[in-house]
Write a protein that binds this ligand. Structure first.
Ligand SMILES: CC(C)(COP(=O)(O)OP(=O)(O)OC[C@H]1O[C@@H](n2cnc3c(N)ncnc32)[C@H](O)[C@@H]1OP(=O)(O)O)[C@@H](O)C(=O)NCCC(=O)NCCS
Length: 208
């Protein structure tokens, strides 16, 4: 192997490398553009977390403004007074709240008196849960209004399939359109035993 051939070889090699690099760069650009288009399609029309939905009636209001929520009240009610969430830890509940669409119900003086949570993909399916109205405000239509308002939220209004589970409030939900399962044999459930401390560790710390 003479110097020339080494030289030529290296020129060849570097020309080849340049071609290969160019090809890779072109491929990268194509991939990137495909990814950008795909992710743009994936993100197009996603609900804006900062958008606050609010309705008012006779001084009462319902709002999705997370900064207005009395989280202590929500946790206290669900963990101590509800019949469905008592087995959960506060960390499990907070994690669930963090990734759901939350509705606060407020009295005319601004105090929170009720709550509802929507678990959803904002397109095909929504599960309504953790609905409550504080005892002294019940039986005046607020629970029905709260449920109806969740169904009307602009990002949920075109969701076709809704589900919920209730032990005694069937009539409240029936008034806004819910009914028994059309074919219960199609549905299955899995009650998984979980270790609350493990879930607690997995909860990300709130920023300081
Ligand atoms: C279930 C719950 C949210 C309902 O809230 P609420 O504000 O009392 O609900 P509403 O007032 O809309 O409806 C309750 C009753 O008031 C009556 N009512 C409805 N509108 C009314 C109005 N404008 N004026 C007076 N009464 C009214 C309804 O007839 C209804 O009675 P019925 O269900 O026996 O037919 C509330 O009772 C609660 O928090 N319960 C404990 C938690 C719970 O079980 N949550 C459900 C989890 S799935």
């Amino acid at each position: 192997m003479d110097l020339q051939s080494v030289g030529n070889g290296s020129v060849m090699k570097s020309a080849k490398r340049t071609q290969a690099t160019d090809a890779l760069e072109r491929q990268d650009k194509r991939d990137l553009s495909l990814m950008t288009r795909a992710s743009a399609r994936l993100h197009h029309g996603l609900p804006n977390e900062d958008h606050v939905f609010e309705v008012r009636r006779q001084g009462f209001s319902i709002s999705t403004d997370r900064s207005r929520l009395d989280i202590d009240l929500v946790c206290r009610f669900l963990l101590e007074e509800s019949h469905w969430a008592r087995e959960f830890s506060e960390a499990m509940l907070l994690r669930a709240l963090r990734s759901s669409l939350l509705f606060g119900l407020y009295a005319p003086d601004g105090r929170q008196i009720g709550f509802a949570r929507a678990i959803t993909d904002f397109s095909l399916f929504c599960y309504l849960c953790d609905v409550f109205v504080l005892a002294s405000y019940r039986d005046r239509g607020l629970g029905t209004w709260l449920s109806a308002t969740v169904l009307k939220h602009p990002d949920l209004a075109s969701v076709p399939t809704w589900m919920l589970k209730t032990s005694g409030a069937h009539r409240v939900y029936a008034r806004v359109g819910f009914g028994p399962l059309e074919d219960a044999s199609l549905f299955m459930q899995f009650r998984k035993k979980v270790d609350p401390p493990a879930v607690k560790e997995a909860v990300p710390r709130a920023p300081a």
